[in-house]
Design a protein. Structure first.
Length: 256
């Protein structure tokens, strides 16, 4: 990797669900299996359409809330049945994810996880083919109210990086949802959007993620890091110009 790039970027962080692991695909498939099993046992539970399931999964809800939205009065019953078989079903990695982590480790970069997931994290990563020793840390929200998009979701990760002399502007975050983007933005962390979840390129652009930093999958790592440095350097240049002559209005995002 280019020496200048190594100077600019010291650590790469990842969201987990739908960034490293194909979680929506897993949940989609197992929701259908659950309803089929319930109906085969004589219970009458309506099967949601594919569009209904995908629409709810795209909202990045907590796991119980996914079932509340899809099954209303029957959500507890369906969730219990789901949890009877789903833990035994293996997760798969997203396209290029396992190879991307290996490549990043070979370059000497720090690799860590910042996720809203609070259950079965290491088990699912191993199922998907990852070596959990490749991750310097795996950070979950310190409290439910501090999950992404709250900026405090990054507190533990940034604390550990600071001990290694790594500052926020030397960090890149990869995520599949605007919640990942906003929590990164509030912490001055560079961001790359990965289209492996339910968020489209157009939606990311509406949230002010620049198009060159929206990628289909992780097969573009570590090469995309060069584009990250280029895009953010250009943005910093515009800010400096704005400060000097006032040609560009200052802009920011409100805390969501």
């Amino acid at each position: 990797m280019d020496k200048l790039l190594i100077k600019e970027i010291k650590a790469v962080l990842f969201d987990v669900d739908n960034t490293l692991m194909a979680s929506n695909e897993f949940v989609f498939r197992n929701i259908k299996k659950t309803i089929e099993r319930l109906n085969d046992s004589g219970q009458a539970i309506n099967m949601p359409t594919d569009d209904q399931i995908n629409s709810v999964l795209a909202k990045n809800l907590s796991f119980p809330d996914i079932f509340k939205e899809l099954f209303a009065d029957n959500h507890e019953e369906v969730l219990v049945k789901y949890r009877e078989h789903a833990p035994n079903e293996p997760y798969k990695a997203t396209i290029g994810a396992v190879e991307a982590i290996k490549k990043l480790k070979e370059t000497g970069l720090i690799v860590g996880l910042v996720t809203n997931r609070v259950k079965m994290l290491e088990e699912r990563l191993v199922q998907a083919g990852f070596n959990t020793a490749d991750f310097e840390f795996m950070c979950m929200p310190p409290a439910k109210e501090y999950k992404k998009p709250h900026p405090r979701a990054f507190e533990e990760a940034l604390s550990q990086l600071a001990k290694k002399g790594i500052h926020t502007h030397q960090v890149v975050m990869f995520g599949d949802h605007p919640d990942d983007y906003y929590s990164s933005f509030y912490q001055n962390i560079k961001f790359v959007a990965v289209l492996q979840g339910g968020t489209t390129k157009e939606e990311f652009i509406k949230h002010n993620v620049q198009q060159p930093l929206i990628i289909n999958d992780l097969t573009q790592l570590p090469e995309i890091l060069e584009k990250v440095v280029e895009v953010y350097a250009h943005g910093d240049s515009l800010k400096q110009t704005s400060a000097l002559d006032g040609r560009h209005a200052a802009s920011t995002h409100y805390l969501r």
